[in-house]
Design a protein around this ligand. Sequence first.
Ligand code: SF4
Ligand code: FES
Length: 354
Amino acid sequence: MDVKPPLGLLAELTHRCPLHCPYCSNPVELVSRAAELSTADWLSVLSQARELGVLQVHMSGGEPLARPDLPELVAHASSLGCYVNLVTSGLGLTAPRLDDLVSRGLAHVQLSAQGATRERSDLLAGARAFDHKLAAAALVKSSGLPLSLNVVLHRRNHDQLAGIIELAERMGADRLELANTQYYGWALRNRAALMPTPEQLAAAEPVVRAAVSRLRGTMEIVYVVADYYEPYPKPCMYGWGARQLTIAPDGTVLPCPAASAISTLRLSSVRDTPLAEIWYRSESFNAYRGEDWMSEPCRTCDRRELDFGGCRCQAFLLTGDASATDPVCSRSPQRSLVDLALSRPPAADLVMRR
Ligand code: SF4
Ligand code: FES
């Protein structure tokens, strides 16, 4: 098949993070500090990514501010002509650090929040973080950079949706991403505690719709649905190995951020293989590209060009077979796995990320 170059790189600089969010989609086993790529490794990876065609670099983690070499990496990616986005909890973002990053070419900041109020937000972050986030948002706004606010929604904060939208307005966010939890990595452990109720989702719809229309032209709002409740899966990653690649802190190259969970996939590393070779020729990137890997019902389904058979990670995590139809799909013979999860009573306890 005709493989196009990637547009975006998610550079997971570190898994170290000051927060303990129970919905964390990073793997259960995190990469240790000692196993992280060096500065020289990342500089080379960024050059290779640009050569390959990457135009957007999302510096993420964990908390990317935990890497002292972040300014150097931002400067390098920016000098290559990439649009550089910092994905941060806001903890550790000071005025001098932000000024430095801006002077080195940082173009955008995506800040996370866990709830609308200090009390709820800090409870869900497992840390005193809310005030730091308000301060970080103010710094970003005064720097002139565009600001996105990202809030993961679930059973424990859906009731604050209107307040979260107000928070984004108060922060002056240019974009608000309201993303219902996706159950990968650590989040899957907490699925029974995080799953929103149908009533919460029904209540959210008019609130989001009204905000989208009221704030049109001021703040873009993106709402990511709770796919377990949907009849068809999301077009995950717009297709496997189609648009974006992720590099984990230890240099493992992933077709999607959650792909390390697919234990049957042989993953490649930038430590021993050039990035272009991994993108175009590796087993992992070619495993679910296009349609040849599909079995029925996807193979002959009229929706296969819309959703690409859904999410490979979800298929693996729920069925043990990454080439299965995403069980979220109502046409999947394994949809009962999702229905069963939805029918379970909610769990009382959240296991915070450790
Ligand atoms: Fe998508 Fe496959 Fe379901 Fe068809 S059967 S809607 S291609 S996941
Ligand atoms: Fe990996 Fe969907 S999260 S393919």
